[in-house]
Design a protein around this ligand. Structure first.
Ligand SMILES: C[S@@+](CC[C@H](N)C(=O)[O-])C[C@H]1O[C@@H](n2cnc3c(N)ncnc32)[C@H](O)[C@@H]1O
Length: 305
């Protein structure tokens, strides 16, 4: 398994190591027989770009998109082998397919890198309202590497909304004050303040360690995102019982967040092995929290996807 933050790589030629993980392009849903994956979580072994038409417009509360970054990662397919203008044209193409799926109150988070964030954000600003640029500080820098510029240790995340009336609930994602800070704010003036009890608004720099290979959460996917990050997006930007779309679900991090927090989910992934991992992770989440996971009810997703 290569690491997300290794140097860019080119695909293994057929027959060499890595080729056996080549994506299944067969349209199929990950196996659900005798599984504990709730009906509200749809894990599709399909290509979002060719399948998006099957998803109804204006049916999604939140899109969490973590696409190939255009850096040559090996996902067992050639999906990350575009670069430059070719990569940007592909990105604009899937964004054009995804944005109409959002409800009027909906929003989109898109992960990307500093290499392409300027162009992607300019494009999105022509279609949506920009709410934030979030910087994910991965904390641990890549090993070795460059001596001709500063080491990059962040991903850019664009947060965009369909309109100014977008859904946003700060309370579930507030960060509790520590005892010392609370004590320092114990003057009469602050007594009974909601923000003091519930905590503060997370800043737009999110310092969360990347998932190194020994991390308990880590599975066999080269660019798996920390659950903590995606959970914050889901809790703040999708109402309870609402529906989340992940066009590039990889190992299913967004699906797990939805299973844990009673949101419906539909996700697409072209690599059959990653779909199987997502299936396993969602099953585990459902077993860990059966009451929470089974509370979510599948409705329109079943009809549309
Ligand atoms: C950056 S990874 C997503 C990682 C995911 N957020 C996680 O935490 O595991 C991007 C994924 O998109 C998949 N992919 C690439 N092109 C796709 C397409 N057209 N439709 C669906 N999935 C695609 C790749 O196979 C890869 O697993």
């Amino acid at each position: 398994m290569r690491d997300e933050f290794d140097e860019p790589q080119m695909p293994a030629p057929a027959g060499e190591a890595g080729a056996e993980t080549a994506a299944s392009v067969t349209a199929a849903e990950a196996p659900t027989t005798a599984s504990t994956v709730p009906d509200s979580i749809r894990l599709l072994n399909r290509d979002f770009l060719t399948d998006a038409a099957n998803l109804p417009d204006a049916s999604i509360d939140l899109i969490v998109a973590d696409p190939p970054y255009g850096l040559g990662k090996d996902y067992g397919n050639d999906s990350d082998m575009r670069s430059g203008e070719d990569f940007l044209a592909w990105t604009y193409g899937w964004l054009d397919l995804a944005i109409p799926k959002l409800k009027a109150s909906g929003s989109l988070y898109v992960f990307c890198t500093w290499q392409y964030a300027p162009e992607i954000f300019v494009y999105l600003k022509s279609k949506m309202t920009m709410i934030n640029e979030i910087v994910w500080d991965r904390r641990v820098p890549s090993m070795g590497g460059t001596t001709r510029r500063f080491t990059s240790v962040h991903d850019n995340i664009g947060f965009f909304a369909v309109s100014k009336d977008y859904y946003f609930d700060l309370d579930p994602v507030r960060i509790p004050y520590d005892a010392v800070t609370k004590k320092a704010r114990s003057r009469k003036l602050f007594e009974g303040s909601k923000w003091l009890e519930l905590g503060y608004n997370p800043k737009d720099v999110w310092s969360v360690s990347r998932l190194h290979r020994q991390h308990a959460e880590r599975v066999d996917h080269p660019t798996q995102k920390p659950l903590e990050i995606v959970e914050r997006m889901v809790l703040a930007s999708c109402p309870p019982g609402g529906r989340v779309l992940d066009p590039f679900m990889g190992s299913g991090t967004t699906a797990v967040a939805c299973a844990r927090h009673q949101r419906e989910f539909v996700g697409y992934e072209i690599n059959e092995s990653y779909c199987a991992i997502a299936h396993e992770r969602v099953s585990m989440a459902a077993i860990a929290a059966p009451a929470r996971a089974s509370a979510a009810v599948s409705t329109a997703v079943a009809a549309g996807a």
